[in-house]
Design a protein around this ligand. Structure first.
Ligand SMILES: [Zn+2]
Length: 93
């Protein structure tokens, strides 16, 4: 899979199983404060983000677009992908 520059948010109560994740989508459960997506550099690593906790990320939504802070560093990714998610766009670092 090729590196991509955007993620489409999908809001659900319960997140899909890892093998059902579609590349290019980020699945977000507001209820559980967690999201899952495949690493956008195409390596296939499942990335899990937690929101709203002291050591988690901050998720902002606006008109169906999301922003995640701080940046995401994929420690399990062979390339250690590092990026911001800003209004559904991937900003590579
Ligand atoms: Zn990766």
């Amino acid at each position: 899979m090729e590196r991509i520059n955007a993620l489409e948010p999908v809001f659900l109560d319960t997140l899909p199983e890892n093998d059902a994740l579609e590349y290019g989508k980020i699945y977000i459960s507001r209820r559980h404060g967690i999201s899952k997506h495949l690493c956008p550099d195409g390596c296939g690593t499942v990335s899990v983000l937690t929101f709203g906790k002291e050591d988690g990320w901050k998720l902002t939504e606006s008109d169906g677009r999301i922003m995640v802070h701080p940046s995401v560093l994929e420690t399990m990714c062979p390339h250690r992908a590092h990026y911001y998610i800003t209004y559904n766009r991937i900003q590579w670092l």
